[in-house]
Design a protein around this ligand. Structure first.
Ligand code: NDP
Ligand SMILES: O=C(O)C(=O)[C@@H](O)[C@H](O)C(=O)CO
Length: 275
């Protein structure tokens, strides 16, 4: 059964991915991830974004096995970490993630960061997983256009998704245009700027719709055709973050939000990271 918040985008291979998902980075307290995923799914979320490096794939797996929603309705993303690049290492890392999650297949498998000199070979491993049917879609994360060019030069499969830092202070105009031209779906990480939502413009726009700043930012993602995966361990905020399908930001408000872009990153720069 689909839920009213389970609106989906169609990826370049025809797979449908929810526009809204739950991010589970930093959910490492005992039972935290199980409780958040259970609460999210009962609220209507169908997409969960984890990663090998989040050290919580087992908890995600337990929650989705116990949630009572058929597996085929759920969309589970995980990622190959930086120390597991390379063809064989990535295949081994995938099997470890699949085992920890306790799943037969993963919906979306991403290269977490473009580790210099390694990501092209790793992409070949993801293509094998895709051709084998172990994953329904493959993609990348934190890739700039020049990293994507390297992949596209050798790819048999064009990445379906690029998950990057994206919020009103980091509008990623050039990358959005690039991804759109290659039919690569952009996905926003840290969409809520880690909860730093106390901006006068956000408060003002939110008040005019009877919504919260978080809801305005997440709605802005959707209207810019960017998949979004806010993190919350709080059941009330999980509901709040999902309540974004019943209003539409005007063109003028979209323009005001777009104009907040000042290329500000809260996270690491994909061209200069060291982990
Ligand atoms: N591919 C990559 O390299 C990266 C991917 N990610 C993915 O993106 C997801 C989201 O990004 P993340 O960095 O976690 O940060 P977010 O931008 O989603 O912000 C999460 C923070 O905002 C708070 N919050 C949630 N909802 C609200 C609300 N309605 N009002 C006020 N505060 C709120 C949360 O607190 P509380 O839990 O208490 O509600 C938490 O402190 C991650 O969980 C992960 O899945 C993140 C970083 C990098
Ligand atoms: O959350 C993620 O997905 C990330 O890649 C980063 O937060 C990264 O793991 C990090 O913070 C390393 O210090």
């Amino acid at each position: 059964m689909t839920t009213s918040i389970d609106k989906r985008t169609t990826l370049n291979n025809g797979v449908q991915m929810p526009w809204l998902g739950l991010g589970v980075f930093n959910m490492i307290a005992e039972n935290e991830v199980e409780q958040a995923v259970t609460s999210a799914i009962s609220t209507g979320y169908r997409s969960i974004d984890t990663a090998a490096s989040y050290n919580n794939e087992e908890g995600v797996g337990r929650a989705i096995r116990d949630c009572g929603v058929p597996r085929e309705e759920l969309f589970i993303t995980t990622k190959v970490w930086n120390s597991d690049h390379g063809y064989n290492a990535a295949l081994t890392a995938f099997e470890a993630s699949r085992k920890r999650l306790g799943l037969e297949f993963i919906d979306l498998y991403l290269i977490h960061w473009p580790v210099k000199g390694k990501y092209v070979e790793t992409w070949k491993a993801l293509e094998k997983l895709y051709h084998d049917g172990s994953v329904r879609a493959i993609g990348v994360s934190n890739f700039q256009p020049h990293h994507l060019d390297d992949i596209l030069a050798i790819a048999n499969v064009v990445p379906m998704v690029n998950q990057v830092e994206y919020h009103p202070l980091l509008g990623q105009q050039a990358l959005r245009k690039f991804c759109k031209s290659h039919r690569i779906q952009l996905e926003a990480w840290s969409p809520l700027m880690h909860g730093r939502l106390d901006e006068p413009i956000l408060r003002e726009i939110a008040a005019s719709y009877g919504k919260t700043p978080a809801q305005v930012v997440l709605r802005w993602d959707l209207q810019n055709e960017v998949v979004t995966i806010p993190k919350s361990s709080n059941p009330d905020r999980l509901k709040e973050n999902a309540d974004i399908f019943d209003f539409v930001l005007s063109d003028a408000d979209m323009a005001r939000l777009n104009a907040m872009d000042c290329s500000h990153r809260f996270g690491a720069d994909p061209d200069n990271f060291n982990f």
